[in-house]
Structure formats: structure tokens, C-alpha cells
Ligand binder design. Structure first.
Ligand SMILES: Cc1cc2nc3c(=O)[nH]c(=O)nc-3n(C[C@H](O)[C@H](O)[C@H](O)COP(=O)(O)O)c2cc1C
Length: 208
């Protein structure tokens, strides 16, 4: 049990190029969504919702928007960095089986959200935990997940009829994959390296 959990944690990858487009059995999707919904949340507010996007036209429209935002980001790069970025695939929206848009409703359970009075972001943290549960459960089910954040929230709200006060936190691509890479794409392309976990540890105070 412990070994399988650690396996899922370390095998999890952000997937862009390895989606097959094969169907996801309904029971598997249910388990992944139930795992996401089992996440902890501030004041048990459960501020998340999951919009399952299968419609091809919606995904194509979103993909066109992502390409535009990719160009916006690329315009701020120069030299070797621009060159590296040009080789990096940033989404698998069209190749994956489906998308799941995970949203945040700051009003759920409010005004007295237990534990959020001093840290408004605690609501968003809760949504991210649901996303991570989904990601790990999908990995355990041998599915790939790719988080796409090259979008404007207002665009996704309009595209999917999401009310203005509900934030689309993540556009996730989901589906069977040929394999999961062992090394993250950004490392393989020399964009950034994962630092040793020991470097992230501080004892008693920040400086050590
Ligand atoms: C909040 C968030 C947003 C991300 N957005 C994108 C994205 O738009 N496109 C992309 O290719 N990867 C995106 N990623 C994936 C990261 O690049 C990836 O997690 C990181 O490079 C480490 O690789 P790994 O997830 O395979 O370990 C995102 C990840 C997070 C947590």
C-alpha cells in the first residue's frame, strides 16, 4: 500500500505528447473524480467543481486560445530561451481523450469558512489539493494528466458558461498514454532542473 502510493507520486508526470486518445472506462473516470473530491478543504468548504469537456469544438476553440497565449509568452523571450521554448509542447488538448476544468467557488460555505478568515488563498489551496488527488489517482489508473495554464480565465468562463464569480483554476487534459516519461519534459528540454529535495528544507528559521 505504502509502496504503491510512493510509486504513483514518483511516476506522475505532466503529460503533453504521450496521449493516445483512447476511451477512458466510465468506472475509472468515476474513481478518479471521487479521489479528487476526497481532498481536504478549508472549513470543509469543498469549493471545487469539475467541468468534463468532451466536445471537440470546445476543445478546438480552447486550443486556438492556448496557441495565442503561447505566442504572448514567447514574445517575452529572447535568444537561447526563445529557442528552447519553441521546442517545448505545452498542451495535449486535442490528442487527449477529454479535458477536465477544475473551478473554485469562493462563496461556497461562506461567509464563515472555518480557517479562511486570515488567509483568503486557503480556498484556492483546497482546489489545488483536489487537483493533485486527481493527478495521483489518474497515475495509479495508468492515465496521463496535463495541466494547461496558458489561458485567460475570462476566456474559459465565457467558453464554458462558467459564472463570473467562479474561477477556472486548471484546464486538465486526461486520457490513456503510450507511457509516462521518467524525466519531466522541461528537464529534458533543458528549461529547468528539479532541485534536490534537501535544498528545500530549512531548520527552525529560513536562513541556515
Ligand atoms: C499550476 C501549474 C500549471 C502548469 N501549466 C502548464 C502548462 O500550461 N503547460 C505545460 O506544458 N505544463 C504545465 N504545467 C506542468 C509543469 O510544467 C510540470 O509540472 C513541471 O515541469 C514538472 O514536471 P512533472 O509534472 O512531469 O513532474 C503546470 C503545472 C502546474 C502545477
Amino acid at each position: 500500500m505504502t509502496g504503491q502510493l510512493y510509486d504513483a507520486i514518483h511516476q506522475r508526470r505532466d503529460v503533453r505528447g504521450e496521449f493516445t486518445g483512447a476511451p477512458i472506462p466510465a468506472g475509472v473516470l468515476d474513481r478518479v473524480l471521487a479521489a479528487a473530491h476526497a481532498a481536504p478543504s478549508v472549513g470543509l468548504s469543498q469549493p471545487w467543481d469539475f467541468v468534463l469537456v468532451r466536445d471537440r469544438a470546445l476543445r478546438e476553440a480552447f486550443h486556438a486560445h492556448v496557441r495565442q497565449e503561447r505566442d504572448v509568452f514567447a514574445a517575452g523571450l529572447a535568444g537561447e530561451q526563445a529557442d528552447r521554448f519553441s521546442r517545448i509542447k505545452i498542451d495535449g488538448v486535442l490528442e487527449s481523450t477529454m479535458s477536465i476544468v477544475v473551478t473554485y467557488d469562493p462563496d461556497r460555505g461562506s461567509p464563515a469558512v472555518l480557517g479562511r478568515h486570515a488567509i483568503a488563498d486557503a480556498g484556492l489551496y483546497s482546489v489545488c489539493l483536489a487537483i493533485q488527488n486527481l493527478w495521483l489517482a489518474a497515475t495509479a489508473e495508468r492515465l496521463g494528466v496535463g495541466w494547461v495554464s496558458f489561458y485567460r480565465e475570462a476566456y474559459v468562463q465565457k467558453l464554458l458558461d462558467i459564472p463570473a464569480d467562479i474561477r477556472p483554476v486548471a484546464w486538465l487534459c486526461l486520457g490513456p498514454v503510450t507511457h509516462l516519461e521518467r524525466v519531466p519534459d522541461l528537464e529534458r528540454h533543458g528549461w529547468r532542473q528539479r532541485r534536490p529535495w534537501q535544498d528545500a528544507i530549512h531548520h527552525d528559521r529560513w536562513q541556515h
